[in-house]
Design a protein around this ligand. Structure first.
Ligand code: SF4
Length: 506
């Protein structure tokens, strides 16, 4: 399992199966045809889900912890500018240097400039979603700087020129045999008899990475949390590779979204209980690294932090959607999502996949963006993500909100109404009057004719065809619920749309 938290800096270069601006339905359809992917994902998400359920059930105050996490994040969003200034003051006073980046381009230029100033052309990376979000690896490559991922799962994905499909376990879509084949093909000096045993694979990766750790002069990381009251940064991980990057090189450059702040050390206590349990299903993660500026003779002597906006201010301005910024990237919502489990992360076409990606990407880069406008619909709205989220982000409500934003943004732009527009208008007309609905219900038995002798409708026309693409619809009942109710309660049929008496209402 890979490190959690941090955030990967992932290669976005040429993956064979990636179609960046493709809509979710199209890419999901393609991914669903990959039986190996579905089998790998089903196995992996089931395993993490079970572990999480077990360790969460051990805590009698889990719900109170979730409430506390949610309240802390809410207060951070309410006074973000003030906390950012406090953090900057403390971080700078302890020898760190802060850089502010409005967008991905600015952040990339800052990081590349800092690396160039050291005279180095290679960096080691700690898993980081923020650097993946800005496409840092690709930018550095263009600038002649090689970035080496050190998180095991990130390394697998990078070696395979693929893209992560999960924020915690980026290589969740690959099994052990696939990983062995990648190592044999891409790693230098690897044992040609390498098997797919996890310990052998880990040993091969360790040998490969050790050389990088011992020679790298510059490291790039993300951060899980930043504590405003002391200017401290925190990285939470499982492998220890992150800590090697954070302590061995002379220069450490961290890229962090501005929403990662926590007001005090005391607040960290809440999140250190919520995060490991929700992400890897561990009571405590193996490595938590915390650093506050520069300490002479100990660790990196040049410490930089790039504070990244890149659409977060836009998300914050959306009153309904801003709680998406509470996300601590645990990935619990992905592991319980029936849509994610079947399609995998690549289908979402965005840095952040799964339920959180379906709200975060449109909130940060706009629902009008081609790659975003189908994401709020990539959900059955079952609510499993909300139940699992350690900071209680109401993802289903935000999905519905974003759907309405999407519909509103397209309103009036179409000259000719499509089938959906006509259907919705008809539904609105029928459902806004009990009499009309009653009349339509009376005609329902007629539609039994379409079902034929086997009492199943196997093919619907137009946009309704999606319903019968993979299942049949049973023939409608011979009478409507209203007719059945009136008969059962011996109420004379006083006419369609007759309201039930108060005592009869269900
Ligand atoms: S939305 Fe909640 S469950 Fe999903 S990754 Fe973020 S914190 Fe975890």
């Amino acid at each position: 399992m890979s490190t959690f938290l941090g955030m990967p800096a992932l290669p976005v270069y040429g993956s064979g199966n990636l179609h960046a601006s493709e809509s979710f339905p199209k890419s999901a359809h393609r991914e669903l045809g990959n039986a190996q992917l579905r089998s790998n994902l089903g196995h992996a998400t089931r395993t993490i889900r079970d572990k999480r359920t077990q360790v969460v059930s051990e805590l009698p105050d889990w719900e109170q912890l979730r409430d506390a996490g949610s309240a802390i994040k809410e207060s951070v969003m309410a006074r973000l500018p003030e906390l950012l200034e406090q953090f900057e003051q403390n971080f700078t006073a302890r020898g760190g240097v802060i850089h502010w980046a409005r967008d991905a381009g600015e952040a990339n230029r800052i990081v590349a400039g800092l690396i160039r100033d050291t005279g180095e052309t290679e960096v080691v990376k700690v898993k980081s979603m923020a650097t993946q979000e800005i496409g840092l690896n690709e930018y550095l490559e263009e600038q002649g700087i090689a970035a080496f991922e050190t998180d095991l799962a990130e390394l697998i994905v990078q070696l395979d020129h693929d893209k992560p499909s999960h924020i915690l376990v980026p290589a969740i879509h690959k099994n052990r045999t696939q990983v062995r084949d990648i190592f044999l093909r891409e790693m230098e000096n690897v044992d040609p008899d390498l098997t797919n045993e996890p310990s052998k694979l880990a040993a091969a990766a360790r040998t490969h990475l050790r050389r990088k750790f011992l020679t790298a002069k510059v490291a790039v990381s993300g951060a899980n949390f930043a504590l405003a009251d002391s200017g401290t940064l925190a990285v939470v991980e499982s492998e220890g590779n992150g800590r090697m990057c954070l302590t061995l090189p002379e220069t450490l450059i961290t890229v962090m979204g501005i929403e990662k702040l926590l007001p005090t050390w005391q607040d960290l206590e809440v999140f250190m209980q919520l995060l490991p349990r929700s992400s890897t299903g561990e009571r405590m993660n193996p490595y938590t690294s915390l650093w506050t500026g520069v300490t002479e003779g100990d660790g990196p002597q040049n410490v930089h932090l790039v504070l990244l906006d890149n659409g977060r201010s836009a998300a914050l301005a959306d009153e309904m959607g801003r709680s998406a910024l509470h996300c601590i990237r645990c990935s619990a919502c992905m592991n319980v999502c029936p849509v994610y489990e079947r399609t995998g992360g690549h289908a979402y076409g965005s840095t952040y996949p799964g339920p959180i990606g379906a709200i975060l990407s449109p909130l940060m880069t706009g629902i009008q963006a081609e790659e975003n406008d189908s994401l709020p619909y990539a959900s059955s709205l079952c609510g499993a993500c909300y139940d699992a989220c350690p900071v209680k982000i109401n993802i289903p409500d935000i999905l519905v909100h974003l759907r309405s934003v999407d519909v509103d943004s397209k309103r009036g732009t179409k000259k000719v109404p499509n089938q959906m527009d006509v259907g919705m208008k008809a539904a609105s007309w029928a459902l806004s009057s009990g009499k009309r609905l009653g009349l339509i219900e009376k005609g329902l038995p007629l539609s039994r004719l379409a079902a034929g002798p086997n009492k199943k409708i196997t093919k619907l026309p137009g946009i309704a065809a999606g319903w019968t693409q993979s299942r049949d619809i049973p023939a409608p009942p011979t009478q409507s619920f209203r007719a059945w109710w009136n008969k059962e309660h011996h109420t004379p049929d006083a006419g369609v749309g007759t309201p039930l008496k108060k005592e009869e209402q269900p």
